[in-house]
Design a protein around this ligand. Sequence first.
Ligand code: BES
Ligand code: ZN
Length: 871
Amino acid sequence: MSDQDKKKLFERLPLTVVPTHYDLTIQPFLDTFKFNGNVTIHLKVNQPTDTVILYAVELQIDHAKITLDSKDELSGTIEMDKENERVKISFNRQLEKGDCELSLKFIGDINDRMQGFYRNKYTTPDGKEVRYGASTQFEPADCRRAFPCWDEPNFKATFDITLITPKNLRAISNMPIKSENEYPDDKEWKITKFDRTPIMSTYLVAYVVGEYDYVETKDSNGVSMKVYTPVGRKEHGHFALDIASKVLPFYAEYFNIKYPIAKADQIAISDFAMGAMENWGLVTYRETALLIDPKFSSMDSRQRVAIVVAHELAHQWFGNLVTMDWWTDLWLNEGFASWIEYLAVDKCYPEFDIWTQFVADTFARFLVPDALKSSHPIEVPIGHPAEIDEIFDDISYSKGSSVIRMLHDYIGDDAFRKGLHNYLKEYSYKNTITVNLWSHLSKASNKPVNEVMSSWTLQMGYPLVTVVEEQQSNQTRIVKLQQERFIADGSADDENLQWKIPITIFTKSNPKVIAKQILMDQPEITITLDNISENDWIKLNYNSIGLYRVKYSSKELAHLNEPIANKTLSPQDRLMIQDDVAALCNAGHQSFVDYLKLLLSYKDEDNFTVWKSIASRIADLSSLMEYTDYFDQFKKYRLNLFSTIQKELGWDAKENENPLVAMLRPMVLSIMGKSGDQAIIDEAKKRFQCHINGDLIDPNIRGAVYVIVSRYGDENTQEEIRKLYKAADMTEEKVRLLRSMGQSLNPNIIKNTLQFIFESDNVRMQDSASGLVGCTSSCIGRDIVWKFLQEKWMKLVERFGEKSSFLISFVEYCLSDFADEKKANEIKLFFDSVNTPVVTRAVKQVIETIHMRVKVIQRDSKAIQEYLTQL
Ligand code: BES
Ligand code: ZN
């Protein structure tokens, strides 16, 4: 069946019969990986019917009955519809309008695919014994794998959950424990009953069974908070607990709505597909997104944990209390949480200067895929549930949050908060769509929010604003601005899309004040700037808040060198100038030589985030230069660019240094090392040797050292890295090591790494993507990985599941850096032949990206070589 057919055939569940409450009992068996289940669903019959349809998949339902009242029971016939993941229950009599209860008995597998109700593998603290726990992951559409239910976000209901588990294990769920009793049938088991949940969607239900330690506290509003950790490592939970206990009351105050559950727990799950999941009252995390070792975690990990915790706790309101009506509006959940996480982290940890990082990590991130013709609007029509997994992407998250940031700036914090509060109040325990938010924000701000926002959420892409100088006279300048969709490879926009763009302009004469602010709702506008001298710089998009790139004339761009070099411009502005120019070079609007020249103005840059942004652009360009015969010359340029900051930072942390410096140092070291700086390579080797001998490397630079020694080391070095990997008990450390392994330039080592990742028991499925990324860090590795993916694709699909987002990551991470047409064709042919719908869009994006890169080489290669030679 083609994708198109599926779309047409798929229908949401009928509203004939709807659930209001679930009574759910689950008994897991961790030796056989089976579970028994029993659910009684309270229903409202809206129209007389003799069939009830709900979702269930990979469940064996043994018994279904309807209870009308204590004396009247109907037994149902069960028909599974595997293709549509549904079950149809038919009765020999009509159910009349009114209330009734549907009871189902079922059994299922505790699977090993990290979806539904699945197993978690862990070892005892001494590392000697392997054991299993089990936990749930239901978003977006896997609750149906754990119990039969109305598994769409707008069928909200309450849940009474009961777990029957071995006595020695913890049983944890969304709500506080109501009672815990011995299980009459078997004294080794216990029955744990939990309080009734608020009215909520099925995808937010959670339960976990296993061995855990925890740390706990109460927040300033008296909400009980625990962080569950692996046994013996409870002190690794303190950092997250501290953040959570600050962030939860921050949100309660910001939204001016109380957190509605008596507890807010967080738990680290050993096998976890994503970063984290916002289940109401019990947020589940990958270990690296929650656990911080006070001694051996890097600053980077701390910042990541702060961000993830702040993100998931925001969902407790935005997502859980108020939920999107259907997955089309997923971006509302994810975009909003991905914006406000920064607001919360900024309040708790101002030293991270996190809003600047927003621009480099989030804003600049979506600009890349959204410039492709194969992009999609923020609001995507979603038909079949198989399409849902595809949209947890940079567009929903990064463009979504950037749109919110722009809007917040456009209407101001007071109106934003007021509108938000009213919106959350009106739709509490209900479902909503995007325009409902706009209308509340409109009302609160008296601005045409819907009109302005729809051009950003309903159409794909974003504009390039071109600055054309019209006239200049004494102390005034007239500039013409033109907008048109920015397309990655520079092609013209056939659809002629237009946006309503909040434009800001500022100039040298008053660099911290916006000189002109205007809503550009035409293809072209003219602006007069006063108080400006002939050679004064002008810049658009103050602090890079608007969703557009800017193209200056070469003269105007040259004027910007000065405020970049003397740092008059904010870091947000400095970093985006080079990001825009790099994108314009990719698109052929200008030559990459211009970019390389521009970067020289950043030589004395000292801001972490600006460097991070440059490093990311340089990495892109490097992966292209790798395919030329002057790559060595390019590496020299790169060395020179980063040398000043490297000398300043050195290898060792200084006392009381800014946390951002701790993150900048390893980034610079690994770039210098990879660029062939012999002194750095030698020092890394020396430190690695000491590390093996027990003199441990500072965790902040450990990742950099591992990468450098892996790249230049031999088989013995690899063996040492693997030993460290096996010995490490912290996932953070394992991932650092795993990433470095494949960065060797020796084909045999890369092949062995792939085997180590996928074909041994050493690496958890969840970490395979990190390992794979390492393997693609060189053109040698890229070829090996592509061959591997082709050979093993069907196996991977089977192992991860055909809808797995891991498959999308494999395609995106591993294939985008090629630079020849032949590869693009190979990729297309291969994915046409395997028919894995979840990667369809990713494959299109990869192919478009490769075509663009090929054109860059054709266009600019000669000029770049000449430029590098004359340096
Ligand atoms: N709701 C998502 C988790 C999710 C993602 C469920 C994809 C189903 C499919 C959660 O809130 C989330 O966004 N997690 C992020 C981390 C966050 C800090 C951006 C993740 O898992 O990467
Ligand atoms: Zn989220």
